[in-house]
Design a protein around this ligand. Structure first.
Ligand code: SAM
Ligand code: SF4
Ligand code: SF4
Length: 342
């Protein structure tokens, strides 16, 4: 199944909850996601059966990778049951699906073994600094670095690897820690990835001046720990890889702002309440929950999903400057990352 720019549907990201125990400044700022914020009610969320149904149909359409995300996916009660249900799916030619999760690591140490037993393959853990003051200013709930580091070790020891670490950079907030992070994770089993701060959602007050371009990140690290660029692992990999010249591991940079990768974007996203989005920067999704709860058959759902993907023309990052202007002018709200799933 291919879209209007010949891109296949290959990855599915599913947001299993819009709630989170962190208030990262670039994602769920406390001023917006405060005590009175109305998160979704339980019956608004897709059930595990509904999620698995959509996943099964997507797999029949070519999806081979499913990533559970959120909000904080480990806050969804019984998440390991969902992992087990998804792990039972097979591609049309009988192969298992690659099931991964992105988590803030806050409760991962407690859940890692159960997730592994249920069939989760890998985790990506977000960590924006090794310095408690900086990290806590970013997560805004005083969560300590040491607990995330412990989660990493537990997840690694139960075999949820290779583990990637996501560090979102916001200028003036944590970019002073780039080299310290690189040094800390060099030579460990963890692959550190530096992510450009994106203008996703409408809450974070994004400005281009806050973005630390990946080229600058690579230059800063290279000045102290020499790097060589290496080829991508597969076509469409979002991260560009750089290996330490002394052979002691690699880093990745994800340049969603300065070097967009729309041309190879093969991802669909399902929001917490079952809307299908074909771009992270969409303003509207397609309501699959309404179809499912309205009694639609698998064949009908499958046809709807095929039509949506085949009509897809998204390439927001490529058009960013023009589109951002247009969206501001139109007053349309972009969808929040915690709802659509990062
Ligand atoms: N709560 C989990 C976590 O933080 O890993 C999963 C959901 S979070 C939305 C997924 C990823 O998106 C995280 O690595 C997070 O750092 C990243 N993210 C959130 N807002 C972002 C933004 N504005 N720009 C770039 N990355 C962002
Ligand atoms: Fe929560 Fe993840 Fe967003 Fe931070 S990035 S607020 S941990 S959903
Ligand atoms: Fe894919 Fe949209 Fe991101 Fe482009 S902007 S890479 S189409 S999600």
């Amino acid at each position: 199944m291919i879209d209007q720019f010949q891109r296949p549907l290959h990855d599915l990201r599913i947001s299993v909850t819009d709630r989170c125990n962190f208030r990262c400044v670039y994602c769920m700022p406390t001023e917006v996601f405060g005590k009175d914020f109305a998160f979704m009610e339980r019956d608004e969320l897709l059930s595990f059966e509904e999620i698995t149904r959509l996943a099964r149909i997507s797999v029949a359409h070519g999806v081979e990778k499913i990533r559970l995300t959120g909000g904080e996916p480990l806050l969804r009660k019984g998440i390991e049951e969902l992992v087990a249900m998804l792990a039972a799916l097979r591609t049309p030619d009988g192969r298992p699906i690659d099931i991964a999760m992105t988590t803030n690591g806050s409760v991962l140490a407690l859940k890692a073994q159960a997730l592994k037993d249920a069939g989760l393959k890998r985790v990506t853990v977000s960590l924006d600094s090794l310095d408690d003051a900086t990290f806590q200013a970013m997560n805004d709930v005083k969560f300590p670095v040491s607990k995330v580091l412990n989660s990493l070790d537990v997840a690694h020891s139960v075999g949820l690897g290779p583990i990637k670490i996501n560090m979102v950079l916001k200028r003036g907030q944590n970019d002073q820690d780039v080299v310290a992070m690189a040094r800390h994770f060099k030579g460990t089993p963890y692959i550190l990835r530096f992510i450009e701060y994106m203008d996703v959602g409408s809450s974070n007050g994004w400005e281009m001046a806050d973005v630390v371009p990946s080229s600058e990140v690579v230059a800063r690290i290279n000045a102290e720990l020499p790097l060589d660029e290496v080829a991508p692992n597969y076509n469409g990999e979002t991260s560009r890889r750089w290996r330490y010249r002394d052979g002691d591991g690699e880093i990745g940079v994800i340049s969603s702002v300065t070097q967009s990768f729309c041309h190879s974007c093969s991802r669909a996203r399902v929001s917490t309440d079952g809307k299908l989005f074909t771009c992270l920067f969409a303003t509207e999704g397609h309501d699959l929950r309404a179809l499912m709860r309205g009694g639609c058959t698998d064949e009908q759902l499958s046809a709807v999903m095929a039509r949506i993907w085949s009509e897809r023309t998204d390439r927001y990052s490529e058009l960013r400057s023009i589109e951002t202007g247009k969206l501001r002018a139109s007053g349309k709200k972009k969808i929040e990352m915690s709802y659509i799933g990062g």
